[in-house]
Each structure stands twice: as C-alpha cells, then as structure tokens.
Design a protein around this ligand. Structure first.
Ligand code: ZN
Ligand code: ZN
Length: 266
C-alpha cells in the first residue's frame, strides 16, 4: 500500500468518525438549545424549544372548551356554534393551539416555510395535550395527502407530526388511510361544501391491523372538521372501534363565518 493510499484511507476513516460523532451528538441532544421561533438562546432545560417571550405569545388553549372540536368557548355551552350545527362521527378533537396570531404563524412556518423541524415542537405540544385529555389511542393514523398533493409540497405535514407524536407516546404509527382522489382547495368553502368535496376521497388499508382498535387521527389544523369527519367515517367503515382526532391548532374564525351565513340553503 502506498503512502498516498494510506492517507486516503485515514482521511476516509476520519470523515466517518466525524459523521458518527455528529450523529451521536444529534441523538444525545436532539433538541436545539435555541428558541425554534425567534432563535434566542434558551437558558436551561425547557419543556419546549421555545423561549418565554414566544411561549407567552402563543394562543394556547386553556379552560372551558367545546366538547367536540376543542375550541375555547366563553359561555357555559358544551358545544361551539360550529359543532352545534354539524354531526361528527369521531369522539372529539384535541388541540393545544388556536389557529390565529402566533399559532397560525407557527403552523405556516412548519407547512410552507420549510421549517420541518417544527414538527418536534408542535408534536411535543400535541402529545402533552393528548395525555392531559385522558383519551385513549392504540394506533396513530396521519391524515393523508394524495400522491400529487404530496409531491407538490414534498412532504406530508400530518405524517411528520404523527411520527413525532408516536415516538413521544410510544404508540405505533400506521398510514392506514390513503387519499385516492385529489380535492380542490378547501379554503373559502363552507363546512357543507367541504364535506361534499371530500366524500369518498379516502380509502382505508391495513384492515386487519386497525379493526377493533382505538385510532388517534393526526392532522395539522382543524377547520370545519370535514376532513377529520370523512377520515373517521372511512376508518369506522373499516371497523375500527373509535376515532379521536389530534391537531396542532383549531380555527376559531369559522365560528363567525358559520354564524353569519344564511341557515341551510336546501
Ligand atoms: Zn423565542
Ligand atoms: Zn366545537
């Protein structure tokens, strides 16, 4: 072996050791020590990779909330106006954040801003909220995207959240739903129009694994509940025992839209 060859091998070995060291570092210190939102250095061990100032700005949901969608409600009602008008086949939705202000910004950074690492922060909040809800889940199923939707975005945000939550909670994640039909953008549609749009666009698989099980359906945002409901309907048809929904955020504005909309048009 020539000295040059020896040198090459040594250099290759060194690079491999550096790579292994970096991987080990990531395994030992998986979370950054800076705030995920503003980049400020974090003092010590914090629950979330978020500084106090950014935490204070987040619209975390506390106190009395809708028994169906989890949105905070001011009065003593059991259900918000959105949920008083719709029927859901899932047990309930659990969400740590309101989808407005900094909460909306955070989800946007994750979905559209190329900050996939925010799945860890959102996943941590969602896992905590799920634990305090007292609900049960035996299999986590992410809300799927169609093939073309996913190739356009490059990733499925719900699948990233599901993977993180599954790891935290020790619950297996199974892509038991597939989206077999593309749907036009749901934005600007009423709940009823969304529901019609989504009819039959999901299909269940791994029937033997999900039958009789309590499913935790994971999505990024709960808006009208149409997506969650159609997914739950598909899963229940495949004989799962129950479906509970877990989202990062739940919208509040839809309430106003639904209230000001004319009653039923048919
Ligand atoms: Zn911050
Ligand atoms: Zn509600």
């Amino acid at each position: 072996m020539t000295a040059r060859e020896k040198g090459k091998i040594a250099a290759g070995l060194k690079a491999a050791i550096v790579r292994a060291g970096k991987a080990l570092g990531r395994a030992l210190y998986p979370e950054d020590i800076t705030c995920d939102v503003c980049g400020a250095e974090l003092p010590a061990e914090t629950r979330y990779s978020l500084c106090a100032a950014c935490t204070a700005k987040l619209p975390l949901i506390k106190g009395h909330r809708c028994l169906n969608c989890g949105v905070p409600i001011n009065d003593e009602a059991d259900y918000c106006l959105r949920c008083q008008r719709t029927e859901s086949v899932f047990r309930r939705n659990i969400a740590p954040l309101r989808y407005d202000g900094e909460g909306k910004q955070l989800v946007h950074m994750f979905k559209f801003g190329g900050k996939k690492y925010l799945a860890h922060l959102l996943g941590a909040m969602m896992a905590d909220e799920f634990i305090s809800s007292g609900e049960a889940g035996e299999i986590i199923v992410p809300v799927p995207m169609s093939e073309s939707e996913e190739s356009r975005r490059g990733f499925n945000q719900s699948a990233l959240l599901a993977a993180d939550i599954g790891e935290r909670l020790g619950i297996p994640v199974l892509p038991a739903l597939v989206k077999v039909k593309d749907t036009p953008a749901q934005k600007g549609l009423t709940g009823k129009e969304r529901a019609e749009n989504l009819r039959g666009c999901f299909s269940a698989r791994f029937a033997d694994h999900i039958r009789g099980r309590r499913i935790l359906l994971v999505d990024d945002v709960f808006t009208t509940g149409s997506t969650a409901n159609e997914c739950a309907r598909t899963l229940l048809k495949a004989k799962v025992r129950s479906v509970t929904v877990l989202t990062a955020a739940v919208t509040v504005s839809e309430n106003k839209v639904e209230v000001s909309a004319p009653a039923e048009r048919d």
